[in-house]
Design a protein around this ligand. Sequence first.
Ligand code: FES
Length: 131
Amino acid sequence: MNEEKVLKYFIEAKDIGRIENPTSVGIGGDPGCSDYIKLYLKIENDIIKDAKAEVYGCHIAIAATSAFIQLIKNKHYRDAINIKPDDVLNELGGLPEEKIHCTNLGPMALENAIQDYILEMLCQQAENEND
Ligand code: FES
């Protein structure tokens, strides 16, 4: 584990919080430890322009979520969805075995938020076709 990097993401935690009027929201959680995050996205023209998350969990969950958000910002949502827990783990320079699952929260929440986004787009299209 790169303690300096983990601490930086934990202390700075720039993207922790919520976005007003998000395009979509997703939740990712771990039933084993009850930690979860709520991820807020602002997507414009399929690009994740802004992202923040509320984290209800340990300090590593906060650091991992901060790192994850840095990795997905300004990416097309189809590219962002390919960012996996291992990418977060690499960004943090590894983690102790018992904390590796903290890296799952961001990708899980993103998957849910993107499903929300796609469903919203499909509903809009259907509405426009019926007008
Ligand atoms: Fe479970 Fe961090 S998310 S211990």
